[in-house]
Design a protein around this ligand. Structure first.
Ligand code: OGA
Ligand code: MN
Length: 220
């Protein structure tokens, strides 16, 4: 079954009803979702090529004023924000816009905008256990990660480990190309285990509009 197809006229990737339904029901039931083959190879491949082509990955910050030493004890990934001028980036953003509208329609999360960056974890990189947003602060509501590692092997490390309540050992997810993970940003602690292979992904966050989300939601 083909879940996504490029529409020749608009160059858009279409979100399948099946994927939206899986995402919505998992988020509703437990606050997190893992979808293998969210993108088929023909669709993740251009993103993987793009991720490897980026030359100016920068060290990611944790919060304002965090010094470099503290930061590199917490996370060692390098990031590059998506750019609308790049076709592959635009396709991903267009797909996430469909996710935003679909999830809002079904779950009333009030998702307002999406920000996302490529992340590159060189061998030895990790990201210690954290949450993506703090309750009452910030406005990240739903986190997403799409993996772009076509030749990932067991033993390469770099698994994402989710820690839902009651799962002390966590749930490990291989960063295999095409897999999408989504979770409520405030609720789910998670970490990236040290990777032994080069690891590429796109991390993103749907934000709510801090001051006025109720009014904006009604316009959807
Ligand atoms: C993040 C993050 C997870 C991953 O960037 O905040 O948790 O698997 N990424 O890359
Ligand atoms: Mn995170």
């Amino acid at each position: 079954m083909t879940n996504l197809s490029f529409c020749p006229d608009s160059d858009r990737v279409r979100l399948s009803d099946a994927h939206l339904a899986t995402l919505v029901s998992a988020l509703e039931a437990r606050g997190w979702a893992v979808i293998d083959n969210f993108l088929h190879e023909e669709h993740w491949r251009p993103l993987a090529v793009r991720a490897k082509t980026i030359e100016d990955y920068r060290r990611a910050g944790i919060g304002r004023g965090t010094d470099l030493q503290v930061m590199s004890a917490i996370r060692r990934d390098r990031i590059h924000w998506l750019e609308e001028v790049e076709a592959a980036d635009r396709h991903w953003l267009a797909l996430m816009e469909q996710v935003r509208v679909g999830v809002n329609r079904e779950l009333f999360l009030g998702l307002f905008e999406y920000e996302s960056h490529f992340a590159y974890y060189p061998p030895g990189a990790f990201y210690l256990r954290h949450v993506d947003a703090f309750k009452g602060e910030g406005n990240r509501r739903l986190s997403t990660v799409l993996y772009l590692n076509g030749d990932w092997q067991p033993g390469d490390g770099g698994e994402l480990v989710l820690y839902p309540e009651g799962y002390h050992a966590g749930i490990a997810i291989a960063p295999r190309a095409g897999t999408l993970v989504a979770f409520l940003s405030e609720d789910l602690p998670h970490e990236v285990l040290e990777t032994r292979a080069e690891r590429y992904s796109i991390a993103g966050w749907f934000r709510i509009n801090g001051s006025d989300s109720v009014h904006l939601d009604t316009a959807l």
